[in-house]
Ligand binder design. Structure first.
Ligand code: FE
Length: 191
């Protein structure tokens, strides 16, 4: 597969984060950029491999690439931001990054069905989107989900996602995490 130049990725990310990253993260008290940094920081704190730190930083990039996204969600329509994000990231990354991104919403539906504690702790905004996203998985959906390679990575990403809503959380800066992203994209390119 042809992998694009990682400089183009980093430029595009800077552009997208500068133009829409200051918007609030769907009904929470943090901006999109804070949310992305907090998710990546939680991954790093847990000692996750770099490809998952990159996935954590970029998991909601589909929100930022799609201008009408917030508007559609307010109308109760799901724009499938996880698919938009995956489609964008595929030019630079393999499935170890794109799959957890693609599956981060399904992971929420999975965890809501399988972990009562998780379900009880969903934020009000996340509870609202759960309904739009199809509610907790049924038994057949759970069985299908567990057949996906490395689905546990997507569950890890989901838990970092849920931690990234704290206005007080301190993180390393965007440059630090963009360097991780660049490193992962370059390693993928030279494979
Ligand atoms: Fe998120």
């Amino acid at each position: 597969m042809f992998m694009r130049d990682s400089n183009r990725l980093i430029d595009k990310l800077r552009e997208v984060l500068a133009s829409s990253g200051g918007a609030l993260y769907g009904g929470e008290a943090v901006t999109q950029v804070q949310h992305a940094l907090q998710c990546a920081q939680s991954a790093e704190n847990e000692g996750a491999p770099k490809h998952l730190v990159a996935a954590a930083l970029l998991h909601d990039i589909g929100h930022l690439l799609h201008d009408e996204f917030e508007e559609a969600q307010a109308r109760g329509q799901d724009r499938f931001h996880e698919n938009l994000g995956e489609a964008f990231l595929k030019d630079w990354f393999g499935p170890e990054v794109t799959e957890p991104v693609r599956l981060h919403v399904a992971s929420k539906r999975y965890l809501c069905a399988t972990d009562p504690d998780y379900f009880a702790k969903l934020s009000p905004a996340s509870m609202h989107t759960l309904k739009i996203q199809g509610g907790p998985m049924n038994a057949a959906e759970i069985a299908e989900f567990e057949k996906i390679d490395n689905y546990e990575d997507a569950l890890r990403l989901r838990k970092w996602d849920d931690l990234g809503k704290d206005p007080e959380m301190k993180t390393r800066d965007l440059e630090h995490f963009l360097n991780v992203v660049r490193e992962v994209a370059e390693a993928n390119r030279s494979q």
